[in-house]
Structure formats: C-alpha cells, structure tokens
Ligand binder design. Structure first.
Ligand SMILES: [Zn+2]
Ligand SMILES: [Zn+2]
Ligand SMILES: [Zn+2]
Length: 519
C-alpha cells in the first residue's frame, strides 16, 4: 500500500492485526498472550504442581478456557483451592459444565409422544417451540462448577434416591457440601435431603408442565411460524457489526494465504497446548483384565500385518501410547488375543521457508495455509491406529479426519495395558475439525511432488542422452512458463536447478516481488 500514489487510498483505513504462533510461544509468552485463560503452561498451574509434589497433571478444556482468578459458584473455592491430587499423585484441574437434567427429559419428550419422526410430522417451527419449552422448565442456566461440586450433585442424588431427572443448582450444591481446599467434598446428606424436599413440589409441577406443553405442541396449539424469520446466526443487530465486519475483512485479506487456516485453527492449537491428561504411572489393572502368559505371547501371531509384529524388536514401544508389543495385546470379546502393529499416515509440517516460497510461487492457487512434507508411515499399536476410525464412527460428519501424532497423544484419555484406549472424543473432534487444512495442504503437496519428480526424471534423462537435452529443456520451459506462469527466463532456470538439487535457497532471490523493487 505504501506504493500507491498519495491520496489514492484516502477512502480506506487500515489496522494491523498481530497473532501468535502458539507452537512457537514459550510458557511465559502463553501467559502474556492468553491472560484471560489458563493451561498447563500457567505459572499458577506450575506452582500448584510443585507445591503438591504431583507427578502428573490432568487439566481439562473447561479449566483452560476459564480465567485463572475464578471461584466456584457452588463451593466458593478459587482455582488454587480446587486443585487436588489423585490417589496416583496426578494433580487434577477440572471444571465441569453442570446442567439441569430436565433438559434431556424435555429433549426426549416429543419423540415419546409423537414418535421418533416428530420433526417431520409436526409443523415446521416445532423444534423452536421445544427449545422454548425446554428453557422454560429447566430451573437453572448451565453453569461452570468445580468437578467436586459436580460429582457431589450425583452422589447426593444416588444416596438419597432422588428422582434422577432432578438436579441441584450450583448454589444448592454449595449449601450441602463441606468444602476444604485441595480435597474432595464431604457431603451433608441431611441438608441435601432438605433441599430435595423443599424443591420436590415445584420439580413435579415442572414435569407436569413439560408434559402438558409437549401435548399442546403435538396437538398444534403451540406454534412458531418461521416465514421471514431472521436466522439466529445473523440477527439484524449484528449485521455490519464489529464481528461480522472483522470476519469478512479478515477472510478477504487472507484468502489464499495460510493465515485464514491459522486463525480458524487457533482454538484447537490453544487447547492442544493447554489441556493435559497424564496417565497414572502404575494404572491399576482391572481384575478381569487378562494378561498374556509367556507362552501365549510367544505363540501369538496377529492376523493383520504379522510381519510388522514379528519384525519389531522386543523393546519396541508405540510412539503414541508408549506401550510395548506385549502390553498392547488384549483379549477380544471373542476370547481371542488381539493386537498388531499398524501404519498410520503422518504429514510432518514443512518449516523450510525457502521451499515454502518456491511452492507458493509454483502453486499460488492452493490455499497454502500450511505446507506439508512427504507423507511418512508411522508404526503404532492397533489401539492407537483405531483412534481415527473410532472418532469417525462417532462424528460421521468428519470425512477427512486427520490427527498428527502429538494430537493423537493428546486425545488419549486413558492408556492401560491389555485394554483398549479411552479417547477424549470432544477434544479429538475439535482437533480433527480444525485439521481440514490438511486436505488442501495434502493436495498442494502432491502437486509439488509430481512436478518435482517429473522434472528430476526428465533432467536425468537429458543428462544421460545429450541429444535430448534441447527437447527436455523446451518441455520443462513450457511447463513453467505456460502452466506455472513463470515469465522470467532467469527465474525458470533457477527453479529447474532447485528442483534438480533439492536445494531451494535460490527461491527467495527469484521471488518476483523482490525483483520489482529493483526497478
Ligand atoms: Zn465447587
Ligand atoms: Zn452436573
Ligand atoms: Zn499405541
């Protein structure tokens, strides 16, 4: 813009936005950039790890997304008071979103009355009426509370055999727990019973009201006509507002660059950096877990990829879950031993700026949000190889789910020997969703690789048969000039040299924007 003649752009104004590369920030810088948030990187978390002598940390995404100076609306404890050590010396830092269980009851009710296809049978606005009924009959807003308060709600209800459709509000939980810093709550059951007795009549009234209102909906008395309705995602009051304007300005400025993908991946990158789920060192073995005997282990040959299993050394460990061959063996439901070593595709991120410049010069039409190196196969245990297929089973809307090895590690919520993995499906979904970038980057990579191997092959051919040299040179020139729109003959020569030698240092020199400034 500095090159525009004076006055040309007077009708525009600009603002420079600065965003961090989360993967390049130190823990201290995380603290500076994400002051309103929390994570394994925060000074507060690290202090607690030290003070409690913890050997590991379990910090969930709710904790990371909530500010460090937070107090529980139930027990009134601060985050430093909520930290507590598990029996295996893991420091727990967990907040839960507590909700009125009448919510689910209300969600299921229309199907119970009008059948599973009630949405098709009833008038168009029926789901909106159900939403309103639901928010009318639930007694409190979803609230972030400490995991001890959330657990206390369930414990009190079970002990007192309270109707499972009932939930104590955060303030009520605060009345019946006896909170102390850094330990689980004791519960005053008499107090919890008192609150249930007190609330029971209105709870029963709300159940009746729910049934009545859903009956009225099914009978057609309650309606919500939707003609001309403003979509909830774009209310009039937000149009040409800050968020909408910023989003579209950013989108049009960053189109075709890696910045758009970086912004849309920011949340997933933040969570991957902040959330932590350490696994107890000596996980207690479930009593019914079968362990292979020496003979069973020696005799075992997996059905899938038996060579990979046999070829892996005795001390091989899975790079994802760190289990050995033997500890990854488990008894299947059909009472047969299972476990194998399988390949998962991994795409390391390209960091070489010279190669990035060359790729974007050759293929400017890809989004080029990020660049990948050639795919490599990584051998993991079959339970780790199953992580992505299992995510796809739950979230069928993710056709291109891909996770990097670090992300796969981050989504393993529980690793035990001779057992399938526990997976944090919410985190996995967040991460896989943000990884749509891999799809375009994968296409850009194969375009570049194809071009490179064609060039190499032809140049090798020309080196062998000098009489073919002119022909080959013309073919490659045509490819670069016409297909790749490289007009400068000197630049084309440099590109050929770079592709031949796998050395991309000339790329920044020949970048056309650099050349223009010389005039
Ligand atoms: Zn609490
Ligand atoms: Zn709850
Ligand atoms: Zn594994």
């Amino acid at each position: 813009m500095s090159e525009a003649p004076d006055g040309m752009l007077d009708h525009l104004w600009t603002e420079v936005l600065v965003f961090p590369h989360i993967s390049l920030l130190s823990d201290e810088q995380m603290g500076a950039y994400f002051q309103d948030f929390d994570g394994q990187w925060s000074a507060q978390t690290k202090r607690a790890m030290r003070d409690h002598g913890a050997v590991g940390l379990e910090l969930n995404s709710n904790w990371a997304l909530e500010r460090q100076h937070w107090t529980c609306p139930g027990c009134a404890r601060s985050k430093p008071e909520v930290f507590r050590k598990s029996s295996s010396d893991i420091l727990l830092a967990k907040l839960e979103l507590h909700h009125d269980h009448l919510w689910e009851v209300a969600t299921r009710r229309p199907a119970m009355v009008a059948g599973a296809d009630w949405r098709d049978i009833l008038a168009d606005g029926a789901p909106f009426v159900v939403e309103n009924i639901r928010s009318l009959v639930v007694r409190f807003e979803d609230s972030l509370i400490c995991s001890e308060c959330n657990a206390a709600d369930g414990k009190a209800k079970r002990a007192l055999q309270v109707d499972p459709r009932f939930s104590y509000s955060a303030a009520e939980i605060g009345r019946f727990v006896k909170p102390a810093p850094n330990r689980d709550h004791d519960i005053d059951l008499d107090c919890a019973r008192e609150i249930w007795d007190e609330q029971r009549p209105s709870f029963e009234r709300r159940i009746l009201l729910l049934e009545m209102l859903v009956d009225d909906l099914v009978a057609g008395h309650l309606q919500r006509c939707r003609e001309g309705a403003i979509p909830a995602s774009r209310p009039l009051m937000s149009r040409v507002g800050i968020e909408e304007t910023l989003r579209s300005a950013f989108w049009s400025a960053s189109r075709g660059t890696q910045n758009y993908g970086q912004l849309s991946g920011l949340r997933a990158d933040f969570l991957a950096r902040s959330v932590r789920k350490d696994i107890p060192q000596r996980a207690k073995r479930k009593t019914d877990t079968r362990i292979p005997t020496d003979d069973e282990y020696q005799a075992y040959i997996p059905e899938t990829a038996p060579q990979a299993w046999a070829g892996a050394a005795e001390d091989w460990t899975c790079p994802c879950c760190a289990r050995t061959k033997r500890s990854s063996m488990r008894m299947s439901a059909k009472k047969k031993w299972s476990g194998a070593i399988r390949n998962v595709a991994q795409y390391p991120i390209l960091q070489d700026d010279d190669e990035i410049v060359l790729r974007e010069r050759l293929f400017p039409d890809f989004p080029n949000e990020m660049h990948l190196k050639e795919m490599v196969w990584v051998e993991v245990c079959s339970d780790c190889a199953d992580v992505i297929p299992r995510i796809k089973q739950i979230h069928r809307d993710l056709p291109d789910a891909h996770l990097s090895l670090d992300q796969m590690k981050a989504v393993l919520a529980g690793i035990e020997n001779h057992m399938p993995h526990e997976i944090n499906f919410d985190l996995a979904w967040e991460l896989a969703k943000a990884n749509f970038r891999y799809r375009y980057a994968g296409e850009a990579l194969s375009a570049f690789s194809n071009l490179k191997s064609t060039f190499k092959r032809q140049m090798e051919f020309a080196a062998k048969y000098p009489e073919a040299r002119q022909d080959v040179f013309e073919r490659l020139t045509f490819e670069l000039e016409v297909e790749r729109r490289i007009d400068d003959p000197q630049e084309r020569k440099e590109i050929m040299t770079m592709l031949k030698d796998d050395d991309y240092r000339l790329s920044r020199k020949s970048h056309p924007e650099g050349a223009e400034h010389e005039f």
